[in-house]
Design a binder for this molecule. Structure first.
Ligand code: ATP
Ligand code: MG
Length: 408
């Protein structure tokens, strides 16, 4: 008997499988996103079969996935493509008999036990190739018995096993054990494009990730108040965009030089309304840029009640300047702790908490109005030439193309 197996990846689609007539469109987008995401690692054959995707190195002699660390990196990249429930590294081998399956299942068990001190297991089996003479439950029972004989220290637990050996019998045969969770959602590119107001904080990168997970392509705008905020604050925002782009694909980041506008507001509008006037201008500039870039909505990281500018009155008064598109606030009902959990899971948290001030912390009033009314804003903006300020903001924009760093 030979020991010739190849490591391949099996990924499982999620919500797309529930789509009706449109399903084909979602699947094609997912496949195209997957090809794009894996390009940096090498050439792969990516094949869809029902609600599953099989990924293998194009060159049958390639050892691309045989190094464990590289294989894990590729697997992680696979799970970052929205639309998948989970993915596994799978050993593929050519075999015809139950003894072939046992051999590889035992090898896999040895491999697992060399890294983990597991005591219980179970075997699950699927048979796609109906010419194989045993049914799935028999295959599972036979393989389980072989493992028990080889490992006296193990016992079977069908409810809460320490590990599972999965066996699949198709044209080829497969064994695997771990499933890495995917990020679910829908493939980016199936829901239009949105303009994310991206600050250096925790919330907005998560908000962008969440909209991308609904299939939305992203552009982003950052309001930079140099030198009140440092160059490093801008670098941090670029880093955050790069982290989000691992999931969303390339992000065009528009940087609006906000300093002169803010100084103007600082001079010409009342202190307690500063946050609101500033946010209204930000939204107007963002909307203008969004229109130019054919984005169909704005996206922010606002969450109800989190700070003074996120009361319902403050949100309404900022919202009303945006006339031509919806403003999506995916975190509006999300608890901060939950947002931090998502931030950690997507790998943004460590960057988000780096202490470079964003513009709102430099120019904040000591006692902002938490329940601003229409009359307050009319009064606050009476001395401002809003149109000119918006034009100034839009004209000064610099745009950067942000792509994930290879293997980042
Ligand atoms: P974040 O953690 O995203 O910074 P936050 O809790 O600090 O959010 P605010 O600072 O009030 O809340 O900002 C609310 C939202 O406004 C942010 O989530 C972001 O979408 C947008 N925003 C705030 N500051 C900027 C900025 N300098 N550039 C671009 N967008 C910004
Ligand atoms: Mg902030």
């Amino acid at each position: 008997m030979s020991h010739a197996y190849k490591t391949v990846i099996l990924a499982r689609m999620g919500e797309i499988a529930l789509k009706g007539l449109n399903r084909g469109k979602f699947e094609r987008q997912l496949m195209s996103n997957m090809r794009w995401r894996l390009k940096e690692f090498g050439a792969f054959t990516i094949i869809q079969s029902q609600s599953r995707i099989w990924i293998e190195p194009k060159d049958p002699e390639s050892d691309l996935l045989e190094d464990k660390q590289t294989a894990q990196e590729v697997l992680k990249a696979v799970t970052q493509v929205f639309g998948l429930v989970s993915a596994s590294l799978v050993w593929k081998f050519e075999g015809t008999t139950i003894d072939d399956i046992k051999q590889y299942a035992l090898m896999l068990t040895d491999d697992i036990l060399s890294e983990h001190d597991y005591k219980t297991f179970k075997v699950e089996s699927k048979r796609g190739n109906k010419r194989f003479p045993m049914a799935s439950p028999e295959i599972a029972a036979d393989v389980g018995e072989a493992i028990l004989i080889a490992h006296e220290e193990l016992s079977v637990d069908v409810h809460q096993p320490d590990f599972v050996i999965y066996v699949e019998v198709r044209e080829s045969m497969y064994v695997y054990s771990e499933k890495l969770e995917g990020h679910r959602g829908l493939p980016v590119g199936t829901a239009g494009k949105g303009m994310l107001l991206l600050s250096g904080g925790i919330d907005s990168p998560v908000a962008g990730y969440m909209m991308a997970s609904r299939g939305m392509q992203l552009e982003a705008i950052y309001f930079h108040s140099y030198p009140y905020t440092s160059e490093r604050a801008l670098e941090k925002v670029k880093d955050l965009a790069r982290i989000v782009s691992q999931y969303s694909g390339t992000i065009l980041l528009h940087v609006c030089n906000f300093t002169d506008i803010q100084l103007n507001l600082y001079k010409n509008s009342p202190q307690d309304m500063l946050t609101i006037t500033m946010r209204r201008i930000m939204f107007e500039i963002a909307e203008e840029v969004a229109k130019k870039q054919e984005c169909k909505c704005l996206i922010t990281g606002e969450s109800l009640g989190q700070v003074a500018s996120q009361t319902i009155e403050a949100i309404q008064i900022t919202n009303e300047v945006v006339k031509t598109m919806p403003v999506f606030r995916p975190l509006i009902g999300t608890d901060k702790e939950e947002t931090c959990n998502i931030s950690r899971r997507i790998g943004a948290f460590e960057t988000s908490i780096l202490p470079y001030e964003d513009c709102c912390t430099v120019f904040v009033a000591k006692h902002p109005k938490t329940h601003p009314q229409k009359k307050h804003i009319i009064e606050a903006e009476s001395k401002l030439d809003i149109e000119a300020l918006v034009k100034q903001g839009v004209e000064g924009i610099e745009t950067y193309k942000i792509e994930r760093t290879p293997r980042g």
